[in-house]
Write a protein that binds this ligand. Sequence first.
Ligand code: NDP
Length: 483
Amino acid sequence: MNVQPEASHFVDGAWLEDEAGTAIPVIYPATGETIARVHAATPAVIECALASATRAQAAWAATDPVERGRVLRRAADLIRARNRELSELETLDTGKPLQETLVADAASGADALEYFGGLAADLRGETLRFGADWAYTLRRPLGVCVGIGAWNYPTQIACWKAAPALAVGCAMVFKPSETTPLCAPRIAEILVEAGLPAGLFNVVQGAGEVGAALTADPRVAKVSLTGSVPTGRRVYAAAAAGMKQVTMELGGKSPLIVFDDAALEDAVSGAINGNFYSSGQVCSNGTRVFVQAALHDAFLSRLTERLAGLRPGDPLDEATNYGPMTTEAQMRIVLGHLDRARAEGARTVTGGARMDRDGFWIEPTVLADLKDDMACVREEIFGPVMSVLSFDSEEEVVARANDTPFGLSAGVFTRDLARAHRVVAQLKAGTCWINQYNLTPAGLPFGGSGASGIGRENARVALDHFTEVQSVYVGMGRVEAAY
Ligand code: NDP
């Protein structure tokens, strides 16, 4: 498969190249080979993207919302029809196995476009009475928005940001992570093929400085970032300087709580999905697995048995169910965390080392005999590392689960549904799962509290985050004045 894109950027409805920009090699994480090359956006490319988005946005906002929705739904159909090709591209960009990308990436992007396509014509305001007078509110698109993506889900992140923005009449300039530049421009191309006018979804490549230049531009009304907490702080501060709105989808260290009455197989499946899917490079992963004391040993031994079913291998082979880290840098960060965990006294139940193959592979790792103040329990690792902790009472586990600055997600496995709801109501987390983990349908709000972020993606609430309220007061009588 030739993955070299026609050009680095997709701007104003067409591929755009400017070789003056810094060259960025695209490295296939499963082998370490360079498979393509793009160039970072130069100031000229950034200007072209922002100018075309600004030009196109007003007419798009004035377009019949039914038509806006139709464009998004056509794009969803095109993405589904090309699912295999887009999934292969996602696999080459990220290293995630095709077994995953065939169901989780382009498919999730299509779901978002279809969902927001259906909602485009349903933007609602309120009607209010004030005596004989009355008022109404309108939701107006914010204008030109910037999307900035992380490297773990390049197709999904582009679609999750584009779909609500375009549905309400905004334009977006999107910057993928420099390490996974291949997928987002293909989505931009498909949107144009589906009938999206030129300029409304532009993709420009580059590292943090390109994101910073976009964030600082006065034409930009909002920035939606998916990334780490430190980057979130920087981008939020830069947006604040321009009084811009933000959505911040940041990192986490989420608790997954397994009570001793839980269905063991389901709890183990939830922990596997919530730690080793995408080789652990998922923001909402339940990486602090609290297991009630009576079930703790059985949980660990069943987990170890189930990990025998793991098949690392060629990510393009559909039988492979475990892939590499997306970047060499991230692999080294994870290995550093493992060294520190061992130095702090953690017991490695399984894994714990780099795999002996080309590319950036780390064994799926389970750590036990941990204390809550160890770095591996407190810090986001963003790799295939599960920390298993034991607890006794419900009250204790709620306090320990909440003892973190993060607040992205949480999971509870128990057969006692009253307890499940009681516990979830006390957890500081934007998204909770009961007897399930990490499912994120387009109709369910997703996002974090605390250090994990601001705002929500998906669901109706995302429409609010790309619009602002305009209030209109209607006087029905005479106007009185003091003099
Ligand atoms: P980073 O925070 O390193 O980068 C995120 C994006 O921001 C990249 O495109 C990056 O560019 C860009 N960026 C960096 N600095 C700036 C800046 N000053 N101004 C504007 N943009 C900037 O995150 P990673 O890509 O390493 O992704 C991993 C992180 O993302 C994890 O912490 C994870 O938890 C989080 N994440 C959160 C999700 C959520 O929905 N809550 C989902 C997925 C991941 P570049 O890297 O190209 O230099």
